[in-house]
Design a protein around this ligand. Structure first.
Ligand SMILES: *Cc1c(COP(=O)(O)O)cnc(C)c1O
Length: 366
């Protein structure tokens, strides 16, 4: 508990050859390939964090009785490392991910890392696997970083685990949409909710994703790409998708997004768009948004653009909304809207160092 957590690198970790790496980087996809290393640390009750290290990426050993496998005491984060033109490597607002992970940890009764420990773990991994960060000119590719923490204690009793493992793995990611910005269709889930009042909706935990899958399938069965979830108590207000926040652009240049009610995940992309909106001549507006307002606004032309956002895909335009007994086009001409394009480009320009980082959002990793 007293010694600070550090992440020294194991010697002699086998690495893929430059040829093997380049073959993967030529077409990385998303979440399929991983770098040579991973960062890990262990927390034990009474002792705190210890045994931080960067070791070979590979299978982990868990007892079948490990609490996470039974009670899903697990949280994660997602952020990217971007290569700038001069070869340096940067992350975007990692302190926001550190703070969110600490909030998720509190909700799932897991221990937390300090912001410094969190950023150190990213830096240690990226430094040793820096060749896995795609080139600056690789078409907005990046190295996706996935920190996660889980109850590794071998115990079936129901209580917060006394042994916890933290880890960071890294996966080269191509442009999320290789075919360009294709609008998706959304299904309003009627059978399922993603989160409920007092639940874990605001925490980034695996359990939320597990429970959103049935809603996703419901959407796919209705011919849609994804599901949009409404508030679970009144089925009236728009919340978010399974893993992305939602934005609406109005005819009079307001940028609307559902307010954080405790059942919505506070996206870093969401927060950044709210800040960027003013620079783009938009008026940000966070409030409860009835699903009927979307349907009416799409029909009347009051809502001109709809998009979802998150770190992995940055921006996903929404083309169509469907529900039991009806549908509407999110955008009548079917094209990707001007604001959707502009705000996405603005964020990517900052992340890739093509625009000045006037907000102080970038942290150098390598
Ligand atoms: C991670 C996540 C988001 C997006 O958050 P970002 O920080 O922007 O990547 C949105 N909704 C859910 C449910 C999420 O898990």
């Amino acid at each position: 508990m007293s010694t600070p957590l550090t992440f020294p690198v194991d010697a002699d970790v086998p690495r893929r050859t430059a040829e093997e790496r380049e073959a993967i980087l030529a077409n990385p996809g998303f979440g399929k390939h991983f770098t040579d290393h991973m960062a890990t640390a262990t927390w034990t009750d009474g002792e705190g964090w210890h045994d931080g290290r960067v070791q070979a990426y590979g299978p982990i050993t868990l007892m079948p009785s490990a609490a996470v496998l039974h009670y899903a005491q697990e949280i994660f984060e997602g952020l990217k490392a971007y290569r700038h033109e001069d070869g340096s490597v940067w992350s975007f607002r990692p302190e926001a991910n550190a703070a969110r992970m600490a909030r998720s940890a509190a909700r799932l009764t897991l221990p937390s890392l300090t912001e410094e420990e969190f950023v150190d773990s990213l830096r240690a991994l990226v430094a040793v696997d820096v060749d896995w960060v795609p080139a600056h000119d690789a078409g907005e590719a990046s190295l996706y970083l996935r920190p996660f923490m889980y109850a590794s204690e071998a115990f079936l009793g129901v209580r917060p685990a006394k042994e916890v493992t933290y880890s960071v793995i890294a996966s080269p990611a191509g442009p999320y949409f290789s075919g360009g910005l294709n609008p998706v269709s959304l299904w309003i889930s009627t059978q399922y909710a993603r989160a409920g009042e007092g639940g874990t909706g605001a925490a980034k935990c695996g359990g939320n994703y597990a429970s959103s899958l049935a809603g996703q399938l419901e959407g796919i069965e209705h011919g849609c790409d994804q599901a949009v979830f409404l508030d679970s108590s009144t089925h009236t207000y728009i919340e978010e998708l399974g893993g992305m926040n939602l934005f609406f652009v109005t005819r009079d240049n307001r940028l609307l997004t559902p307010e954080l009610t405790g059942t919505i995940l506070e996206g870093v992309t969401r927060a950044s768009f709210l800040e960027l909106s003013k620079e783009l001549g938009l008026t940000p507006e966070e409030r409860r948004i009835p699903i009927e307002e979307w349907k009416d606004g799409a029909a009347s032309g009051e809502i001109t653009e709809v998009f979802a956002c998150g770190t992995a895909a940055v921006v996903t335009p929404v083309g169509e909304l469907r529900w039991d007994g009806g549908s509407c086009d999110a955008r009548r001409d079917g094209a990707v809207g001007e604001v959707t394009r502009t705000i996405r480009e603005r964020l990517l320009d900052i992340q890739y160092g093509r625009a000045e980082d006037t907000h102080g959002w970038l942290t150098r990793l390598a």
